[in-house]
Design a protein around this ligand. Structure first.
Ligand SMILES: Cc1cc2nc3c(=O)[nH]c(=O)nc-3n(C[C@H](O)[C@H](O)[C@H](O)COP(=O)(O)OP(=O)(O)OC[C@H]3O[C@@H](n4cnc5c(N)ncnc54)[C@H](O)[C@@H]3O)c2cc1C
Length: 325
């Protein structure tokens, strides 16, 4: 029998780590292995070790947009902790494991505008790039110049035009083997009180997301009008349409989702697109509830809801069914 490669002492690998503790939704079984990486060298050593073991690998930031499975993850979870912010005039280079809120605070102090409205979105810069995070009329993709990634044992620098950055989508969602190392953003010098703008937005956000809420933010993506059939569009009340999109929350509210509970998972009573863990929810509770109401939206409106969050299942992307045809 081949004996497993010993863990090099330079790698701070932990065994049997609770995934619930690693995500804002506080759901999930156990990861066989977990580690945090602080620089490229540590990442490469970790990756090589995991490859020798034949382990599936999942990269994460702060776990604010993921649903881990109750079955756990039979591989290695790598948390990106590569931080740092280096300004170069109107451009900044940011370590992808940098917390987004801290990064924006720094950009505001540097009087660089373009990201101030994203203030309050939890997670890392890498996580924001993967989902092209956005709020209040800004999205990170609008400021990206280039992103450095690790792929196939080498570092590559990709310009924004190669990243397919769209509404809550990027090429990173297809390239699951790319590890995001850092990015360069281009911003605009501004004399506006940027931190005041950010603070005002944060106050509004705290009404929807009170501190300590166990959730992954919005559960489903809003719907672009050009993605649905004309027949489906005809059944949509005019006041549902906002800024060229149909908010998933409006559709869910219309089919009675608000306040509905399955196990310890519940749609917030004040917002249709917010599923919260009341304390002991399982990933099955969350998926049952989400699937049931995505199905109702399909039956009622013939619109398929697509999860905005990432459902981690054996290291693969998994998608919820939006009801059967
Ligand atoms: C209360 C709350 C409010 C939210 N509000 C918003 C909002 O207004 N707008 C919005 O867009 N989102 C929002 N979100 C969702 C979430 O905060 C963002 O998607 C965030 O950018 C995710 O960052 P993260 O570091 O937590 O990523 P994670 O959840 O850890 O990971 C998300 C994805 O990125 C991948 N990933 C992470 N790091 C790397 C890396 N280094 N290399 C390769 N892949 C990587 C993961 O594999 C996963 O697929 C909210 C979430 C919460 C909990």
């Amino acid at each position: 029998m081949i004996s497993p490669t010993p863990v090099p002492s330079s790698l701070a690998l932990q065994q049997d780590v609770s995934l619930a503790d690693l995500s804002t939704l506080k759901v999930g079984g156990t990861a066989s292995w977990f580690t945090q990486v602080y620089d490229l060298q540590q990442f490469q050593q970790t990756r090589i070790w995991a490859e020798k073991q034949g382990l599936p690998i999942f990269y994460m930031g702060e776990g604010s947009n993921v649903l881990f499975s109750d079955e756990g993850f039979p591989g290695l979870i790598v948390q990106n902790c590569i931080t740092g912010i280096e300004p170069y005039g109107e451009e900044v280079e940011i370590g992808a494991g940098q917390n987004l809120i801290e990064a924006i605070r720094r950009l505001n102090r540097l009087k660089l505008s373009g990201m101030e409205r994203l203030y309050g979105i939890p997670g890392t810069v890498a996580g924001a790039l993967v989902g092209n995070a956005g709020a209040y009329g800004q999205q990170i993709g609008d400021s990206v110049v280039e992103v450095s990634i690790w792929s196939n044992h080498q570092v590559q620098v990709l310009p924004a035009r190669d990243l397919d950055l769209r509404y809550r989508y990027s090429r990173f969602q297809r390239q699951r083997d790319w590890f995001i190392l850092n990015c360069r953003l281009r911003l605009q010098k501004s004399s506006e009180p940027l931190q005041d703008i950010s603070d005002e937005i944060l106050t509004k956000r705290l009404v929807k997301y009170p501190q300590g809420l166990k959730c992954p933010g919005s559960f489903f993506k809003n719907i672009n009008l050009d993605e649905i059939s004309e027949t489906a569009l005809e059944s949509i009340p005019e006041d549902f349409i906002m800024f060229g999109k149909i908010p998933a929350g409006k559709l869910l509210e219309a089919v009675g989702a608000n306040g509905v509970r399955r196990g310890d998972a519940q749609f917030a009573d004040y917002h249709g697109n917010l599923i919260v863990n009341l304390g002991r929810a399982t990933s099955q509770d969350i998926l049952t509830l989400a699937d049931e109401y995505a199905g109702r939206v399909w039956e009622h409106f013939r619109i398929r809801l697509e999860p905005e969050i990432l459902i981690v299942d054996d290291g693969e992307w998994a998608h919820l069914r939006g009801g059967d045809e």
